[in-house]
Design a protein around this ligand. Structure first.
Ligand SMILES: *Cc1c(COP(=O)(O)O)cnc(C)c1O
Length: 468
C-alpha cells in the first residue's frame, strides 16, 4: 500500500465508522444470519495475486457486516456491555498507526509512564487508597490467572515455578459458586486442578460466600495436610450480580495468611460513583482487584485494570529477565511485561487517557447513574405486571426476570421468549440459570443508551411475551 492509499483508506475507514455509529439505532441488535452463512461466502483458498482495496472493502461491507452483532447498539441489554466510546476509538486509530510494542519501558517510555499515571487517576476515581499500584492487562481472565499464580507461588514458598507441582502439597483456592468461569480456567492453567477450587456456600440476597464456612474450610484443609493459598471474591458476578462481603472475606483470609483477589470486572466501573462503593466495602484490604474499563466505563476493548496493594509478589511470580530483555544503564524503571503473562503489550493507556479527559469523571458518573436508575425503573415496571416476576433483585443495573403463565413449562416459555425477542431485533437479551430455573437477564450499560431505549425494552418484552 502506498502512503497515498494508506491515507485514502484510513479516511474511508474513519468515515465508515462514524456513519456506522450514526445508523445503529435502525439496525437489529443481534446478527440475523444462520450458522455457516458467512463462511459459505468466503473463498476456500487464499488469492495468489493482490486484490484491489475497492473489492476488499466492498466484501467487508457486504459479507462481513451482515454477520456482526452490534455491541455499540444503544439497545444492547445482553451479557455485559463492551463499550467503545468514539473518543477511545480515535485513540485506538492512533495506537494502531504507531503500532509500538510496549513490553519494556525503553520500547516506548511514554506508554509505560502514561500507564502509571492513568492508572493512578483511575485509582483516585475509584476511591482506592494511595499506595495501590495498577497495571493494564488484556483481560480480566489474564489478571485473575496472574493473581492465582501469585497465590500459588506465595503458598509454595516460590517453589512452583522452579520445581513444578508434583510432590508438593495440593494448593487450595476458595470462592463462591457465583464467580466467573475465568476462575476455573485459571485454576486449570495454574496446574492447581478443579478439585482444589473449593466452593464456599453463599448466604443472603447478594449470594455472598459465608465467612464462617470459609474459615471452617480453611481449617479443615490445613488439618488434612492441604495448602490453603488464596480466596477469589466476587463483586457483581456475571450471572445475577453475586457479591461477596469483601471486608469479611479479607478478615478471614488474612487471619490465615491467605491472598485475596477481588473480581469486579463489570461492577468495578460503577465505583467511580461514591454512593455505590458499599458494594465492595473493605476492598482496600484486598491484595489485588480487577475491573474492566472496557466494559461499562467506555474504553474500547481491550483494557483491564489490575490493581495491587503491593505488586512485588506478582512480579516475583511472573518476572523473567533473559539478557536480551535487559535495559542497560537505567535503574528505577518499570517494565510492565514483568507484571503480566504475555510479554508483548499494546499501548492501551492512551484510550483510557482520551476517554477520561474527553468525558471527565463527572460525565462518566452521570452515565452510570442513569443506567442504574433506568434499569431499576424497568425492574419496577415489570414487577407491577402480574405475569412477570423479578427473580433476582437489581445489583447496580443488572437484574433477572421470568415470564409466568399458568400451566406452562416456564423454562420452555422463557427460552422461547428470549429467542423471539432476539429474532425480533429491537433489543438484545441473554439468559442465565438461577437456582435451576431458566431466567432472562437484563442490564443497562451501553454508552449511547437513553431512557427511551429502556422504555422500548419494556414494550418489546411485554408485547412479545403476550403474543407467544
Ligand atoms: C466479563 C467478566 C470476566 C471476564 O472478563 P475478560 O476481560 O473477558 O476476561 C470476569 N469476571 C467477571 C465478573 C466478568 O463480568
Amino acid at each position: 500500500m502506498t502512503p497515498e492509499d494508506f491515507r485514502k483508506w484510513s479516511r474511508k475507514a474513519a468515515d465508515w465508522g462514524a456513519d456506522y455509529r450514526e445508523g445503529l439505532r435502525d439496525k437489529p441488535v443481534r446478527a440475523m444470519t444462520a450458522p455457516g452463512e458467512i463462511a459459505a461466502r468466503i473463498p476456500d483458498t487464499p488469492p495468489e495475486q493482490p486484490q484491489a482495496m475497492e473489492s476488499i472493502f466492498a466484501d467487508f461491507e457486504n459479507i462481513i457486516m451482515p454477520g456482526m452483532t452490534h455491541w455499540q447498539h444503544p439497545r444492547f441489554f445482553a451479557y455485559f456491555p463492551a463499550n467503545a466510546a468514539p473518543v477511545s476509538v480515535v485513540a485506538e486509530y492512533l495506537v494502531t498507526a504507531v503500532a509500538a510494542q510496549c513490553m519494556l519501558w525503553q520500547t516506548s517510555p511514554a506508554a509505560t509512564e502514561l500507564e502509571t499515571k492513568i492508572l493512578d487517576w483511575l485509582r483516585q476515581a475509584l476511591g482506592l487508597p494511595d499506595g495501590f499500584s495498577g497495571v493494564i492487562q488484556d483481560s480480566a481472565s489474564s489478571s485473575t490467572l496472574a493473581a492465582i499464580l501469585t497465590m500459588r507461588e506465595r503458598a509454595l514458598g516460590w517453589n512452583g515455578n522452579k520445581r513444578g507441582l508434583a510432590g508438593q502439597k495440593p494448593v487450595r483456592i476458595y470462592c463462591s459458586g457465583e464467580v466467573h468461569s475465568s476462575i476455573d480456567r485459571s485454576i486449570w492453567i495454574a496446574g492447581i486442578g478443579e478439585e482444589n477450587l473449593v466452593r464456599i456456600p453463599t448466604v443472603g440476597p447478594r449470594r455472598s460466600m459465608d465467612p464462617t464456612a470459609l474459615d471452617a474450610a480453611i481449617n479443615a484443609d490445613r488439618e488434612a495436610g492441604l495448602l490453603p493459598a488464596g480466596v477469589v471474591a466476587s463483586v457483581g458476578g456475571t450471572s445475577v450480580g453475586g457479591t461477596d462481603d469483601v471486608a469479611a472475606v479479607c478478615e478471614v483470609a488474612h487471619r490465615h495468611g491467605l491472598y485475596v483477589h477481588v473480581d469486579a470486572a463489570w461492577a468495578g466501573a460503577a465505583m467511580i460513583c461514591p454512593e455505590f462503593r458499599d458494594l465492595w466495602a473493605g476492598v482496600e484490604q484486598a491484595d489485588s482487584l480487577v475491573l474492566n474499563p472496557h466494559k461499562w466505563l467506555g474504553v474500547h476493548f481491550d483494557c483491564t485494570a489490575h490493581f495491587l496493594r503491593e505488586p512485588s509478589d506478582l512480579v516475583r511470580t511472573l518476572a523473567i529477565r533473559p539478557s536480551f530483555l535487559e535495559t542497560l544503564g537505567r535503574d528505577g524503571i518499570l517494565n510492565y511485561s514483568e507484571w503480566t503473562v504475555p510479554l508483548g503489550r499494546r499501548f492501551r493507556a492512551l484510550k483510557l487517557w482520551f476517554l477520561i479527559r474527553a468525558h471527565g469523571l463527572d460525565g462518566l458518573r452521570t452515565m452510570i447513574r442513569s443506567h442504574v436508575k433506568w434499569s431499576q425503573h424497568l425492574a419496577e415496571r415489570l414487577r407491577a405486571e402480574p405475569d412477570f416476576r423479578i427473580v433476582s433483585e437489581p445489583v447496580l443495573s443488572l437484574f433477572a426476570f421470568r415470564y409466568l403463565r399458568d400451566g406452562a413449562d416456564l423454562d420452555d416459555l422463557n427460552r422461547r421468549l428470549v429467542t423471539a425477542i432476539n429474532d425480533d431485533g429491537r433489543i438484545y437479551l441473554t439468559q442465565t440459570n438461577f437456582e435451576g430455573d431458566f431466567v432472562i437477564r437484563f442490564q443497562v450499560g451501553q454508552f449511547d443508551c437513553e431512557e427511551a431505549d429502556v422504555d422500548t425494552a419494556f414494550d418489546v418484552i411485554t408485547e412479545i411475551a403476550r403474543a407467544l
